[in-house]
Design a protein around this ligand. Sequence first.
Ligand code: MN
Length: 307
Amino acid sequence: MQGNSRKIFVVHTDLDGVCSGAIAKRAFGNDLKIMFAGPRTLYNTLRKIKGCDMLGIVDVALNHSDYEMIEKEIQRLKGSGCEVIWIDHHEWVEGDKKISQYVKLILEKSPSAASILYRTFLQNDEIAKKIAEIADDGDSNRNELELTLAYKIGTRNNRERLELINMFSKGVFYNEKVETWKRQVEEENKIIDDLVNNANIFNSTSGLKIAIIDLRGKRLIGSLLAKKLQQKGVDITFILYTHTSGVLYGDGKVNLLNLALKYNGGGHPSACGVNFKLSFFDRVLTIVNKKHIPAEAKKLLKDLKRL
Ligand SMILES: [Mn+2]
């Protein structure tokens, strides 16, 4: 059970985060409490923690605009006697690294954050090594291991994320649940192939091929869709996941981070999130028409066209 453990790990909501949680459990004990967050929800997640002896934050970048608030929460937790370790592999705004005066900050270039955790704490653990390999395979979007995409399906809600963490931490990598997710991958693959064939692709000023995909209201592995478009010669894929959020996937020709920062996002140079503020009109129009593209998303499309 999660219970009132004094050891807490806050991990990202994706497969890398799940793998990080599983490795953390092997390293710091099965009674470790796991919480899930993303850069935008980290502040609210930290606020829920009353006190702890040890807090790990893994695979969640510090959202630059939240710096002051996050720093306050970290100071509060430190004051309660909590040791904080923060491990990440996303790009951080240089100045935000000063959080290291309060926390043990490990920022490394690595295919996944889970593999940093593995190298730092569990070098000689074969199961942790395998978990780290899954994280590397998934987060780099190679998806070459047989079950990586199935595991990605298993990271869509907290209940299944915790199931995966418990499985992995015990060295279980396959069971009936994984089989169900595997069949789901096959289903989604068909829909994804359809979307790839009918994608709206245009050229930017410098001749980059850019695809726009509206996945609002659909549950699909966006990273797989982006990868398949890339294999068709698309340089940048923008996926709109909700009215207020999307992800930019690139093939490495352009660093997309500056664009992501402009739209209150971040991540990696070739895979980064963006977040939109909706105007009053956008809010009304998205209720009336689920396909309405919010103004900030349109602005991002213009920026992409200018690349
Ligand atoms: Mn990651």
